[in-house]
Design a protein around this ligand. Structure first.
Ligand code: GDP
Ligand code: MG
Length: 158
């Protein structure tokens, strides 16, 4: 909600952030959360989940025709992921900018202070995810926090 004069362009936005299995296994969760908070995002909710083949396939369905898809599903189901809903003005594009390019090897050259440069390995194992548009953010937030066909296994700890 905004006070008068109310400018719609400064309304807060929410995005889905995920620390992928390599980021969780590499113990980057606390460091990444520190960067998130220092960058002015609020963490609205967070949880640890284990994806299975079915829900990883649905999450990345837009890539299901790509050669790398079977490897992507295997990677995404290789361990727990850390899911967060982030909020701030311009959250969607600001979080994408903070994580850097998809290929972590390129990120280390062109965006050395990005999160993928810090903890990613290559074009697949890039340690974090961010929604790429308002439509994806809405879909991905409801994927994890709305009704999920097949269910998501939520870990006890956190
Ligand atoms: P993102 O939005 O930056 O995460 O990238 P995309 O939506 O294009 O791809 C989704 C995920 O698939 C990426 O984060 C990578 O984990 C993986 N991926 C994307 N492109 C490639 C690729 O060329 N090769 C492999 N092996 N994995 C890829
Ligand atoms: Mg994407």
């Amino acid at each position: 909600l905004c006070r008068s004069p109310c400018d719609a362009s400064v309304e807060k936005e929410r995005t889905l952030a995920m620390i992928k299995p390599d980021g969780v296994f590499g113990n980057y969760t606390d460091k990444i959360k520190e960067v998130i908070l220092e960058s002015g995002f609020s963490i609205i909710t967070e949880m640890v989940v284990q994806l299975d083949e079915g829900n990883a396939t649905v999450f990345y369905v837009e890539h299901s025709h790509r050669d790398f898809f079977p490897g992507l599903v295997k990677y995404m189901t290789s361990g727990p992921v850390y899911i967060m809903v982030l909020e701030k003005v311009n959250a969607i594009s600001d979080w994408r900018a903070l994580i850097g390019p998809t290929d972590a090897r390129k990120a280390r050259i062109s965006h050395p202070s990005s999160i993928r440069a810090m903890c990613g390995l290559d074009s697949e194992m890039n340690c974090v995810h961010g929604s790429d548009s308002p439509q994806s953010a809405a879909r991905e937030i409801s994927f994890f926090f709305g009704e999920m066909p097949g269910g998501i296994v939520r870990h006890e700890e956190l």
